[in-house]
Every structure is written in structure tokens, then in C-alpha cells.
Design a protein around this ligand. Structure first.
Ligand SMILES: [Zn+2]
Length: 165
């Protein structure tokens, strides 16, 4: 069982969670997510759970960010992820944090928490393909325009494994 702590950016990308994994978000992250459909499906399946850090870890995260000069760049939601990570680490949980926020990632790497950003998306976006909305041809992720008709390609899921158990 792999454990992830997720930033809200994960829900904007098409990234899926790997099988046999569970992910935690804080209530503040939950509030940040705009389109909640994906998130709600993941929560209903039990793959995403809400977990909030203890207040003393929030304070510790704040101190840490103040020390590195990152405090001004971090929102309260960002801090909640850092705090939750500090708490999980102290409890000996093996996990990694998925975030595209460089301040969050720098801060966490500094205290020895594993983080993933684009790498995570590249790995779990494998089931997303590009297609031409005009002529229907399918392309790999590297193409931007249809080779035949020149239309800008769109992205869609090949399989929506997200909604299967
Ligand atoms: Zn085309």
C-alpha cells in the first residue's frame, strides 16, 4: 500500500492514483479544489481521505518556512500539507507528497520528505491520450496538432480506471 499526500493541483491534472494506494488531503486543500467531481469520486472509493495535522505541526511548519524564507510564498493550505507531512514523518509513516508548488517541495525535501511533481503526472497520465476533435485521429502525448488536418489536439482518458474499484 502506497501512501500519498496530495496538493490541490493533482485534481486539475488528469493524473490518477496508482492501484493499491491511499491519498490524504487536508480540509484546506479540499476547499481549494474547484471542480470536485474527480475528488468526490476518489473519496467515495475510499482512495482519498481527509486528514488534518495537529496544530503543533502547523506551528512547526510555519517556523520551518520562516527559517527558509518561504513563509510569504506559502498559503495556509500549503502550510497544512507541510504540517501533515511533518506529522506523518514523525509517526514513521512511509509516504510521498505530490505537489507542483516549488516552495512546498523545497521545504519538504529539506526535512527529508519525498516529493513528486511532474514525474507523478507523467507516470499516471499514461492512460490519457491526445486526439483530434475534427477528424478523430489519436496521437501520443508529444503531439500538439493533428498531422492530417492541423487542428489543435485535445486530451482524453483512454480508460477511466478512476471509477472502477
Ligand atoms: Zn485531424
Amino acid at each position: 500500500m502506497r501512501i500519498f499526500v496530495l496538493d490541490s493541483t493533482v485534481f486539475y491534472s488528469g493524473a490518477d492514483l496508482p492501484p493499491d494506494s491511499v491519498a490524504y488531503v487536508t480540509s484546506m486543500i479540499l476547499e481549494e479544489v474547484g471542480h470536485k467531481d474527480r475528488l468526490e469520486a476518489l473519496m467515495a472509493s475510499g482512495k482519498v481521505r481527509v486528514l488534518d495535522p495537529d496544530e503543533r505541526y502547523v506551528e512547526r511548519a510555519r517556523e520551518l518556512a520562516r527559517g527558509t524564507g518561504d513563509l510569504l510564498k506559502l498559503s495556509e493550505a500549503d502550510l497544512s500539507i507541510v504540517a501533515l507531512s511533518l506529522e506523518l514523518k514523525e509517526k514513521g509513516v512511509e509516504f510521498s507528497v505530490v505537489s507542483d508548488d516549488s516552495s512546498v517541495r523545497n521545504l519538504l525535501e529539506r526535512v527529508g520528505v519525498k516529493t513528486e511533481g511532474v514525474e507523478f503526472e507523467l507516470r499516471f497520465l499514461a492512460d490519457w491520450i491526445k486526439y483530434c476533435p475534427a477528424c478523430g485521429r489519436v496521437y501520443g502525448p508529444e503531439k500538439e496538432y493533428c498531422e492530417v488536418c492541423g487542428t489543435k489536439l485535445k486530451v482524453k482518458a483512454r480508460r477511466k480506471k478512476l471509477f472502477k474499484g
